[in-house]
Design a protein around this ligand. Structure first.
Ligand SMILES: CC(C)(COP(=O)(O)OP(=O)(O)OC[C@H]1O[C@@H](n2cnc3c(N)ncnc32)[C@H](O)[C@@H]1OP(=O)(O)O)[C@@H](O)C(=O)NCCC(=O)NCCS
Length: 182
């Protein structure tokens, strides 16, 4: 059932009946605090299809994350081709988003570490990026905890100038840095 597992989490492709969960997670003001806005059911249908297509075409996606002890879907973590151009950055990003019921339990860091291991071995990735709004400290904290290195700040090209989400941090990690960090 799972593509791979960590101690507490199972990583899998997305199913049609995950839509209700995506609507709950992406419809939450709290979860989407550092994104331009929440998204509605129609947008989440498209989002689900994109996640499924990426898995089919690229061989990876932001995987659905199940908690192994009860099979509950808690969020997503994985890889995606970066949708914006960031000069001198790798073109694949690692990203994470959990429903807020599952924050502060170490799941995001556990998921990111397991994804990096999977990415650098099974997927043969060379280097990955992660980026977020400078004010998204919980996400930057995950980047640091999994051994990613700060590269630069940049202005997100799709966010309005002057918006408090415009300024972003970019972190990266390559296979060698990952191997040296474990
Ligand atoms: C970013 C996000 C995934 C981080 O989730 P999180 O739960 O804070 O992250 P972690 O998994 O690292 O867990 C954090 C805390 O859990 C605590 N924790 C509790 N049990 C733990 C355990 N068994 N193991 C490890 N940590 C544990 C730790 O204290 C840890 O904090 P610390 O490292 O400061 O001590 C979450 O805030 C989120 O989904 N945000 C909305 C979406 C988003 O902004 N995504 C990023 C966009 S780029």
């Amino acid at each position: 059932m799972y593509l791979f597992q960590s101690e507490r989490l199972g990583f899998r492709a997305w199913k049609e009946d995950d839509l209700d969960f995506l609507c709950k997670m992406n419809g939450s003001e709290k979860v989407m605090r550092f994104f331009p806005r929440t998204t509605n059911r129609e947008e989440n249908k498209i989002f689900l299809k994109r996640l499924q297509k990426a898995f089919r075409v690229d061989g990876f996606t932001f995987y659905a994350l199940d908690r192994l002890e009860d099979g509950v879907l808690i969020g997503m973590t994985g890889f995606y081709f970066t949708q914006i151009i960031i000069p001198n950055a790798p073109d694949i990003e690692i990203g994470w988003r959990l429903h807020d019921d599952y924050w502060n339990k170490g799941y995001a860091t556990e998921a990111a570490l397991r994804c990096l291991q999977y990415g650098f071995s099974a997927l043969n990735l060379k280097e990955v990026a992660s980026f977020t709004a400078c004010i998204n400290k919980p996400s930057e904290h995950v980047m640091k905890k999994v051994g990613m290195k700060f590269r630069c700040e940049f202005n997100h090209p799709k966010i309005a100038a002057g918006d408090d989400l415009e300024r972003h941090v970019l972190y990266t990690i390559n296979r060698k840095q990952y191997e040296n960090s474990i």
